[in-house]
Design a protein around this ligand. Structure first.
Ligand code: DQA
Length: 145
């Protein structure tokens, strides 16, 4: 099973960025921990991070044929990007929406997600563990389907 982990804008700064909200682990730390879990689950992970909406969309398009599922933390594009939603629907690859913080416990503008109604599931609020839970969830789902 081949999975793609996409992180959007400003997630390259995690670890330094607003640590009271996003914690002190870096994106590299989070990805290394995911690789450990992926090994135990027998799945392959690829990682992609971009601060550009267009690059994220291009990468989603390119993943057709080589990706069984996507975990995506789209950062602020979660709340703004119909184009990202359309890209995920366009490739018809099952995806899980992930956030470090609980977006529903924050500012009103973060309560709207253009992705969650089309996602297999949404995991938010658990810091780096959100990614771990999302990984376990998508692997279980794909094994059953
Ligand atoms: C985030 C939440 C978003 O609202 C924010 O814009 C981010 C990070 C999270 O992981 O908690 O950049 O996606």
């Amino acid at each position: 099973m081949d999975l793609l982990i996409i992180n959007g804008p400003n997630l390259n700064l995690v670890g330094k960025r607003e640590p009271s909200i996003y914690g002190s682990e870096t994106l590299d730390d989070i990805q290394e921990e995911l690789l450990v879990t992926a090994k135990s689950l027998g799945v392959n992970l690829k990682f992609f991070q971009s601060n550009s909406e267009g690059e994220m969309i291009d990468h989603i398009h390119k993943s057709v044929g080589s990706t069984d599922g996507i975990l995506i933390n789209a950062g602020a594009y979660t709340h703004t990007s119909i184009a990202l939603r359309d890209a995920l629907l366009g490739v018809a690859i099952p995806f899980v929406e992930v956030h470090l913080s609980n977006i529903y416990a924050r500012e009103d503008f973060r309560h709207k997600s253009f992705l969650s109604d089309k996602s297999l599931g949404l995991v938010c609020g658990f810091g780096p563990i959100s990614y771990q839970l999302a990984l376990q969830g998508i692997v279980s789902f794909l094994h059953r389907s």
